[in-house]
Design a protein around this ligand. Structure first.
Ligand code: MCA
Length: 537
């Protein structure tokens, strides 16, 4: 048994026997075999080695989703470097922060943004800036093509750093969650068993995973891609969630992972029905709460009970509804049971366990829990209890009426977090930008219900000395400075913000006051399908 704890060594040990079988099929029908993946990531890894970097140096990547992006991730693992994926929506100010914080030795960006990003990388003392396009173009692949494919995977210890995932910070400053090889491998192996990939292989079946998530977050990169790579499954890789393209490929798929918006959009398509799901064995939802009514509507429409699970960038997956009946029922409205080998507890303010049914703070420990935040030892210390459990920042309880005691229900977040279409948005960051604008006295940013994204960002703004503020001007000023998904979908100008006797802004009052903002609006943010919804063939 190899003692190499490198994630890639674990993936390689599990490659299917037939290396020439298809591993990835793209939107255009292009196919990549497992051998292609292994050889191409080998060439990129050998190019990375030619830069004479040190183990643990960072590779920051802000590129569109593609098989080559996944190969770059695998190459980073194979060389013992640290992969730092960045949301493609991040703008200059955000990138400047991430690159100065992570101090990467390599930055990989899209060809069109090279002129904008290169100076930012240079100012963060990064000497190697290369590009990767969506159509196998860019300087990275051109450079790697000059290198041989053969190489070994460097030896890594279980607790060596494999990736840094930036997760927005309650105080507005994003924090780099440091994930080790052990965090990633232990979670992938657990999910391989718990979600039935292992059983499918044992039954001689090969899963086909429909992959429509971005590759710069845990969900799309470590949960979906690792499920396929550790499970020997074929990936039907879509650039993003496009309703028509998903409908067209569902009949050839067996597993799909998505945020709740994926499922509400499928339900919003009258043509979507059981025939699309005839080969499917599993629909998984996560990254944001799945409404029990969505769960029920989906089951009525398709006969499938969506499996909801609960994860974080800091812990990968920690709780999941069961796949196998023998592990228990799939209960709408709960996030399921702690995964095998993962400890989850609900505690009061003194970190004392709550009784079943009692609401408290959710804490976790186990091989999936990260080592801490990059260059933030004090912040890291605050996030762990004295006995070493990670404070998730979520509120919940075990059990409940007709719910077994080991099932966890989340009821909210102690941190001021908005989850919009599966993306985390922290109000403090947006409030900071708005409050810096001329004529603005103060602002409050909240999340309100949204038919498509689940929650949408809304800003309530007070002008300076009665200055007349123009909502669209505020939105335009924000666009181009921060990622679009963080920009308030609506801005309300008010005389003053509601405050409690302590003078603290009462965001709960604002959430109630503006709860109906999007109630009747059409599901905005829904990309017009590239073609009329495909009825299953
Ligand atoms: C796009 N827009 C959004 C969002 N996405 N606005 C708010 N929230 C969003 N999530 C805006 C765009 O800025 C654009 O605005 C307009 O909507 C249309 O953009 P488009 O790209 O066409 O949007 P879309 O294709 O409809 O994307 C919606 C989406 C996408 C499919 C829900 O956001 C998505 O794939 N979300 C998944 C995110 C994810 O992977 N989360 C996992 C992280 P404008 O018109 O003004 O330009 S959480 C995680 O990893 C943890 C560990 C876990 O447990 O999973």
């Amino acid at each position: 048994m190899s003692s190499n704890a490198n994630v890639y060594a674990a993936i390689e040990r599990r490659y299917p026997k037939d290396l020439d079988s298809v591993c990835i099929e793209t939107l255009d029908g292009l196919t990549y075999s497992w051998r292609d993946l292994h050889r191409a990531s080998g060439c990129i890894a050998n190019w990375l080695d030619s830069l004479k970097l040190k183990r643990g140096d960072r590779v920051a990547v802000q590129v569109e989703k593609s098989p080559e992006c996944l190969m770059l991730y695998l190459a980073t693992l194979r060389t013992g470097l640290v992969y730092v994926p960045l949301n493609t929506a991040y703008q200059r100010a955000e990138l400047d922060y991430f690159l100065r914080d992570a101090e990467p030795a390599v930055v990989v960006c899209t060809p069109p943004r090279l002129a904008e990003i290169e100076p930012i990388a240079r100012s963060a003392r990064c000497a190697n800036v290369v590009t990767l396009g969506e159509q196998r173009d860019g300087t990275l692949l051109a450079a790697a093509a000059a290198f041989p494919a053969d190489r070994d995977t460097v030896q890594r210890a279980a607790d060596d750093l494999a990736a840094i995932l930036y997760t927005s910070g309650t105080t507005g400053r994003s924090k780099g969650a440091m994930l080790s090889h052990r965090n990633l491998t232990s979670n992938a192996l657990t999910l391989d068993q718990f979600w039935g990939f292992e059983a499918a292989r044992a039954a001689g079946k090969r899963d086909v995973l429909l992959h429509a998530l971005p590759l710069f977050h845990v969900h799309g990169l470590f949960v979906a891609s690792h499920a396929a790579l550790f499970g020997g499954a074929k990936m039907l890789m879509l650039p993003r969630f496009d309703l028509a393209q998903v409908l067209e490929r569902l009949p050839r798929s067996t597993v799909m992972m998505g945020v709740p918006t994926f499922y509400t959009r499928l339900l919003g398509e009258p043509a979507f029905n059981r025939k699309h799901c005839r080969s499917m064995r599993l629909f998984i939802a996560g990254s944001a709460p799945l409404l029990a009514e969505t769960h029920q509507q989906f089951e009525q429409r398709t006969g499938h009970r969506i499996l909801e699970r609960y994860g974080m960038s800091e812990t990968v997956m920690l709780v999941s509804n069961p796949y196998f009946e023998s592990d228990g029922p799939r209960l709408a409205g709960t996030v399921g049971v702690p995964l095998p080998g993962v400890g989850v507890r609900v505690v009061d303010d003194d970190d004392t366990r709550c009784t079943v049914g009692e609401i408290g703070a959710v804490q976790v420990n186990g091989p999936n829990v990260f080592a801490g935040y990059w260059c933030m030892p004090d912040k890291t210390k605050d996030e762990f209890s004295a006995d070493g459990w990670f404070r998730t920042g979520d509120i919940g309880y075990f059990g409940g009426r007709d719910v077994p005691a080991r099932y966890l229900t989340l009821v909210g977040r102690s941190k001021d977090l908005i989850i919009s279409g599966g993306y985390n948005v922290y109000p403090k960051e947006i409030e900071g930008y708005i409050d810096d604008m001329p004529d603005v006295d103060e602002s409050a940013v909240i999340g309100v219900p949204h038919p498509d994204f689940g929650e949408a960002v809304v800003a309530i703004v007070v002008g300076n000395n009665g200055a007349v503020l123009e909502p669209t001007a505020l939105v335009d000023a924000l666009k181009g400075r921060i990622a679009n998904y963080k920009v308030p979908k609506r801005v309300f100008i008010v005389e003053q913000l509601p405050r409690n006797t302590m003078g603290k802004v009462q965001k709960n009052v604002l959430r109630e006051r503006y709860a109906g903002t999007f109630r009747s609006s059409p599901a905005v943010g829904v990309r017009p399908s590239s073609a009329p919804a495909a009825a299953p063939k």
